[in-house]
Design a protein. Structure first.
Lengths: 200, 283
């Protein structure tokens, strides 16, 4: 049994679309099939499957319905598709590593700033007491050197890389060669400045 | 007349750091019998998990590009699925992640390593083996209106030639060659984390290409559409994109220039040649 929409496509309407109606093989098939139903009886009435047992070789035509729109993630997660590996397999590149270290040092510096500001605001004794506690620990000279180095290095790196970042935003030094050269200069500057912090 | 184009080509090589005059490194000789570790996923119909499969291949029996090796592996194991079309780096179908870096399989030589690892491009939903769902990538590209827009009320599209000076055309060098392979976008960690709202280096390269085209008149609307926190400004100049581009383009340069145009620090210059110069019988 054919559903209603196809039967409405009479030969005249198809001809009005400019279809070459006579020898179209598909149309012949449809014409032949609509002339004699699959069960061998000519069906002129409503196209509902009310006559006899439906054979499983019946073709029914439905109007095309677009699949419902789903956002990309929802569609793929509903389909249970895996995500291709990213962080763990991508080779670390120098600019990318510099960029992530810049972000990490930024977080560290923010932490310093919050620590210092909250300390001055909320500590009842004042920050000086904590400074004197650290002094009274009486650490050895190399130990102090290492601690000051590790506390000052994030600041130095973030500072010099920050200059590099501002230059990029200004449109300068964007060539790959300049990017790599400036990275080397940043490392040297970081080493020098953090040594300076550690020694003073 | 060719000097403008030559200058731009020189600038492109300069920006991308292509090895112009550097001496070629001596290739270390490796046994041609290599092991290819390929990411395999049999599709959502099977309930299997993705895994890595090892294939032993003698690379002297196949062509020297990675695509040749993949085809040879497919001869051994016909269930391997990957996209490919032109075999010359112009269609952008065969983007893969080789040894941790994105590239086009058809124009990348098999590296002189004993073990060669092949993954699909990172952070994309995998349909089957190395084939990924690129729908959101192309949707992002479509969203920037990648076609010429002229404010032409007389509907005389296609009737007149749009004139463009050689200098203005040279500005498009390094922009039009993008094949939308998605190597750059899928190498960008920012695109991994914000891929639905951040447009990614490939799309931004094309956005800049249409903004800077002297024949296009819709610049204000284009820049306005890009003026939010996510479309362009999720780019943190990580620069993985230019390192990954198999065509040697430099998206990071153009994204920086695009950011300046959006924030109105720079202005798009007027066309140096009147665009409707050759329009006979004006409107």
């Amino acid at each position: 049994m054919f559903s209603v929409p196809l039967r409405l496509q009479s030969r005249t309407t198809l001809a009005s679309f400019g279809f070459y109606v006579k020898n179209c093989p598909v149309l012949n098939l449809i014409r032949a099939a609509s002339a004699e139903g699959p069960c061998g009886c000519f069906d002129k009435g409503a196209a509902s499957g009310s006559s006899g047992p439906k054979s499983k070789h019946q073709i029914t035509y439905q109007p095309y319905r677009m699949p419902e729109f789903k956002p990309h993630d929802k569609k793929n997660m509903d389909l249970n598709r895996p995500m291709s590996p990213h962080l763990l397999i991508y080779a670390p590149t120098e600019p990318a590593m510099t960029s992530i270290v810049e972000r990490i040092t930024g977080v560290i510096l923010t932490f310093y700033a919050i620590l210092l500001s909250c300390g001055t605001l909320f500590l009842s004794n004042g920050v000086e007491t904590y400074v004197s506690i650290i002094q009274s620990l009486d650490l050895s000279r190399p130990m102090i050197f290492l601690i000051k180095l590790s506390l000052g290095a994030p600041f130095a790196f973030h500072y010099f890389n920050g200059i590099r970042f501002c230059l990029w935003n200004a449109g300068k030094m964007l060539a790959m060669k300049d990017v790599q050269d400036s990275a080397k200069k940043v490392y040297i500057g970081t080493a020098v400045l953090s040594l300076l912090f550690a020694i003073l | 007349m060719n000097t403008a184009r030559k200058d731009v080509c020189r600038l492109l090589r300069f920006y991308s750091g292509a090895p112009g005059a550097k001496p070629k490194k001596v290739q270390k000789t490796v046994d041609p019998r290599r092991t290819f570790k390929v990411y395999r996923f049999d599709g959502i119909i099977t309930k299997a998990q993705p895994q890595m499969k090892n294939y032993d291949l003698d690379v002297s029996t196949c062509g020297k590009m990675v695509l040749d090796a993949l085809i040879k592996i497919k001869d051994m194991d016909p269930t391997l699925a990957f996209r490919r079309s032109c075999r010359e780096g112009i269609c952008g179908s065969c983007a893969i992640n080789l040894q941790g870096k994105n590239c086009l399989a058809c124009i990348t030589e098999i590296p002189p390593d004993k073990t060669i690892t092949i993954y699909p491009i990172p952070h994309m939903y995998v349909i089957r083996d190395l084939v990924v769902d690129m729908t959101h990538f192309f949707n992002g590209y479509d969203s920037i209106r990648p076609y010429l827009i002229r404010h032409d009320r007389s509907k005389s599209l296609g009737k007149h030639q749009y004139a463009q000076s050689v200098e203005d055309n040279a500005k498009l060098v390094g922009l039009y060659e993008c094949v939308l392979c998605a190597c750059c976008s899928t190498s960008c960690p920012s695109y991994w984390w914000n891929g639905r709202r951040f447009l990614g280096p490939a799309t931004l390269l094309h956005a800049y290409r249409w903004v800077v085209d002297s024949r296009d008149e819709d610049t204000e609307a284009r820049l306005y559409d890009l003026k939010d926190d996510f479309a362009v400004f999720r780019c943190h100049t990580i620069m993985n994109c230019s390192l990954a581009c198999p065509k040697g383009l430099t998206p990071h340069v153009y994204i920086a220039l695009l950011k300046r145009l959006i924030s109105k620090i720079d202005k798009k210059p007027r066309p140096s040649l009147e665009t409707l110069k050759y329009a006979s019988g004006n409107k």
